[in-house]
Design a protein around this ligand. Structure first.
Ligand SMILES: [Zn+2]
Ligand SMILES: [Zn+2]
Length: 140
């Protein structure tokens, strides 16, 4: 599985019996659909993100590809003030977070899974509506 940012490989990691994926090169994290809510049940789970500094908001997120199916990841704004963004795959609903983002989000919110779910649902609904609208003209 290639990292969308540095193209290094994600390695499987286990925390308290729960699976997550961390890039060997840049430390970014990948969660398949449902994995984030699983891992969040582990104690101090956010420490799987080894970067403590604020997440970089400088990276170009326009061409990040899903490590599972190579769909272009959608960029969602988690919080406007801090400029934290997350990326979700519209196809498999996997989540990609750059190194430092898990710690950064954790710092500002204890209930961020709910918020992330909300943001993703909103976004996916928008994507679906968009696809329905332009559907027939899309090259397959
Ligand atoms: Zn990487
Ligand atoms: Zn995907």
């Amino acid at each position: 599985m290639d990292c969308p940012k540095c193209y290094d490989q994600f390695k499987n990691h286990i925390l308290e019996g729960k699976l997550y994926h961390k890039c060997h090169g840049c430390g970014s994290l990948w969660f398949d659909k449902g994995e984030l809510s699983q891992i969040m049940q582990a104690k101090d789970w956010f420490k799987i993100d080894s970067k403590h500094e604020e997440a970089s908001t400088k990276i170009d997120r326009s061409s990040l590809l899903c490590p599972r199916d190579k769909e272009t990841l959608h960029t969602l704004e988690y919080e406007h003030e801090t400029g934290i963004k997350i990326n979700v795959c519209p196809e498999c609903q996997g989540l990609w977070l750059d190194a430092g983002e898990v710690q950064a989000i954790h710092k500002i919110s204890e209930t961020w899974l709910e918020k992330i779910k909300e943001i993703i649902e909103e976004e996916l609904t928008a994507v679906e509506l968009f696809l329905i609208k332009i559907g027939p003209s899309l090259p397959k």
